[in-house]
Design a protein around this ligand. Structure first.
Ligand SMILES: [Mg+2]
Length: 225
């Protein structure tokens, strides 16, 4: 009986109380939280279900985030309007230096990208993965990203299971919410009031407005002509 009660207590503690100690202060440790994460929950190889909820005792650092759209904001296609293969990927001039400036200042650097081409069958999640790897390889100092979230869904798409409306797709704030959860798991609370969203399209601006985050146009943020 005692053993059963002790076991139940351990289970309760495990389930309801998790103390997240961050052993390294942000910026003083080469802690690399770079993951490429795709939004097809349950079909994309994600191993862990979301586990946040009431009852978590969290000792975490509060940090601002630099939220970056990718296509047309930090990267472009060398061969056409859209990136269709890894060899198409190019970074705009000055992007690496500016992003690393923010990262060195203690910002979480997040990639927030609609990739509806997957829902239309123009590319697969694996193609997208290869394009991301190609993009990251272009950063001479290494990837500045802590986390990249892509949305493959589009309600007018033709490819299962991505051909439906998703709250992850910008201008909805779903991908930002995923980033908040993932940051929390890693011991960080995103300070949205001090964060900035950079993009090149109206849906980026609307996403930032919906989330109550400062928005800057890519051309101005990266001082492009
Ligand atoms: Mg864009």
């Amino acid at each position: 009986m005692t053993s059963r009660r002790a076991s139940a207590s351990r289970l309760w503690l495990h389930k309801h109380v998790r103390v997240l100690f961050t052993v390294c202060p942000w910026g003083n440790y080469h802690w690399f939280w770079h993951r490429l994460c795709y939004c097809g929950l349950g079909v994309n190889g994600r191993e862990e279900p979301f586990s946040l909820g009431g009852g978590y005792l969290c000792v975490a650092a509060m940090v601002p985030a630099l939220c970056l759209d990718l296509d047309g904001t930090i990267r472009y296609s060398k061969d056409g309007e859209f990136i269709n293969k890894p060899g198409d990927v190019a970074l705009f001039d000055g992007v690496e230096e500016q992003i690393w400036r923010y990262r060195d200042d203690g910002y979480l650097v997040l990639g927030i990208t609609n990739q509806g081409g997957v829902a239309y069958g123009f590319k697969t999640p694996l193609d997208h993965n290869a394009e991301m790897e190609a993009m990251i390889a272009l950063f001479k100092r290494g990837s500045p990203f802590h986390f990249i979230q892509a949305c493959f869904f589009h309600e007018e798409g033709t490819v299962e299971p991505y051909n439906h409306r998703s709250l992850l797709r910008k201008p909805n704030i779903g991908m930002l919410a995923v980033c908040e959860v993932e940051a929390r798991k890693a011991g960080y609370i995103i300070d949205w009031d001090k964060s900035v969203f950079v993009g090149d399209r109206p849906e980026d601006e609307q996403c930032a407005m919906n989330a109550g985050i400062e928005f800057q146009w890519a051309r101005e943020f990266f001082c492009r002509q």
